[in-house]
Write a protein that binds this ligand. Structure first.
Ligand code: GLN
Length: 483
């Protein structure tokens, strides 16, 4: 009886096919059978979930019709949910219980959602494989020997394996889109400022965005309706009108121009992914869209720019973890400085330390102009590339990753290789644009491939509409892992 989508579950609940508590039990059974293999969750919030499901049943009985009443969802463990641990998959926050809800969490809850648990990630969302978790690596439901992508690998795997009906992820440089693509689900990174970051543990504040990960584009639209919009608690959340994204679906895409960035189809892309992308472009053409070539000439600088700026911001944001106010504190320190040093040495993992050191270096006096300031200038050029491209097209069609899901440990000792695989997603964060991953094919080995649809600032409507139209015509998003 496990419903596939949020839309189906809403119907089931409305028509009394099952209660919210029964739906929760069904999801828990699914988690019971799959979680041992996949390890998508850091922890489940069973008690809270039951209370929420019971409350949802009462609201349903009272004739209420909130958009997510009784819908079981999961939340990435760098987004606060009051009363639950929020660990960021880091030892340093292992014992941290969030005293408040993130705005996105609070909006889900007011809409009636049931929170199943907190999903695994790369520590502080730094990584592309979910292997940098202090707790455990998550596995790809399509092939348990392979990574689910990252950093929102737990959310992607949970949606893919049917262990929740939708999830929140966060995306600083691709962390929603790349794991969505690796796990065969839909994942939307909204425009910077569309969704409040209040209660999202900061990695790189000028890039971070929360977004939905779901089976279908229609479900993603539904979640964005709930979590989007201005929030007085986040001064970077934008005061722009929040359209009804569900209503935007189903518009004709005929005549829309899709930009194909020529720099994204050069050497380095796996031929199987390129083939799936060409097929996707053909499908969109059949639906009446027009192909135009666009150029993003500063793409070659994107990885360097991103890793300078993201690490600079991370080094500043992560300075708050010093063992004083919250989280882990090392024992047996001789004095205050020793306590700071030991706490950070023992509390952070390898990758996080690498980035703090790199970020501190690029911000240090004497190097600031050469790295950080230069990085900011290149960021402006990358943004300008997109402004120019969007004069010629309405949406950009691109891959999410140059490679298919790789084996666990395959890239763990080679951070540069890992960074380079972010090439197609990070520019979008640098430019602040909305972009969505939609399943668009499989490798010969049966691993999912995703296409990326990139839109103009605050034009999630076009992105969602094109994605939805694509899903009406294809069935990649309906396929299930063998698990
Ligand atoms: N893979 C990128 C990184 O390691 C992006 C991470 C993210 O979006 N949170 O920084």
């Amino acid at each position: 009886m496990l419903p596939d989508t949020i839309a189906q579950a809403r119907d089931g609940l409305k028509n009394g096919k099952y209660s919210a508590v029964e739906l929760l039990e069904t999801l828990r059974k699914r988690i019971g059978s799959a979680e041992d293999k996949v390890k998508a969750y850091i922890h489940l919030t069973d008690d809270l979930a039951l209370e929420q499901a019971q409350a949802a049943d009462q609201r349903i009985a009272g004739g209420e019709d909130a958009p997510l009443l009784g819908i079981p969802l999961a939340i990435k463990d760098n987004i606060c949910a009051r009363g639950a641990r929020t660990t960021c998959a880091s030892r340093i926050l292992d014992n941290f219980v969030a005293p408040y809800d993130a705005t996105a969490t609070q909006r889900l809850l007011s809409a009636g959602a049931v929170i199943l648990g907190k999903t695994n990630l790369d520590e502080f969302a730094m990584g592309s494989s979910t292997e940098n978790s202090h707790y455990q690596p998550t596995r790809n439901p399509w092939d348990l020997e392979r990574v689910p992508g990252g950093s929102s690998g737990g959310s992607a795997a949970a949606v893919s394996a049917g262990m929740c009906l939708g999830a929140l992820g966060s995306d600083t440089g691709g962390s929603i889109r790349q794991p969505a693509s690796f796990c065969g689900v839909t994942g939307l990174k909204p425009t910077y400022g569309r969704v409040s970051r209040f209660g999202l543990v900061a990695f790189a504040s000028s890039l971070d965005q929360i977004g939905p990960m779901t089976r279908t584009v229609a479900d993603a639209a539904l979640l964005l309706n709930v979590i989007g919009g201005k929030d007085p608690l986040d001064s970077t959340s934008a005061d722009v009108a929040l359209p009804d994204f569900t209503k935007a679906l189903g518009r004709d895409v005929k005549g829309l121009r899709m930009g194909i960035p020529k720099e994204y189809f050069t050497s380095g892309i796996d031929p199987e992914i390129e083939r799936a992308m060409r097929e996707t472009i053909r499908t969109l053409e059949k639906l009446g869209m027009k192909q135009v070539e666009v150029s993003l000439p500063h793409t070659q600088y994107a990885v360097a720019t991103y890793y300078i700026l993201a690490c600079a911001e991370a080094s500043s944001n992560l300075s708050r973890y010093d063992g004083v106010k919250y989280g882990f504190r090392a024992e047996n320190s001789k004095n205050l400085l020793d306590m700071y040093t030991k706490t950070r040495e023992e509390g952070f993992g390898e990758e996080v330390k690498r980035r703090i050191i790199l970020g501190t270096f690029v911000l240090s006096s004497g190097y600031y102009d050469a790295y950080y300031l230069k990085g900011q200038k290149v960021r402006a050029l990358i943004k300008r590339d997109f402004d120019e491209a969007f004069k010629l097209c309405d949406v950009i069609v691109a891959p999410n990753s140059p490679i298919a899901p790789f084996k666990l440990k395959e890239k763990l000792d080679d951070p540069l290789q890992m960074y380079l695989s972010d090439i197609y997603t990070i520019s979008i964060n640098l430019a602040g644009l909305p972009a969505m991953a939609v399943p668009c094919g499989f490798t010969q080995g049966g691993l999912p491939i995703g296409a990326q649809l990139i839109g103009r600032h605050f034009d999630e409507e076009t992105v969602l509409n094109v994605g939805h139209r694509f899903q009406l015509d294809t069935d990649y998003h309906l396929k299930r892992p063998p698990l």
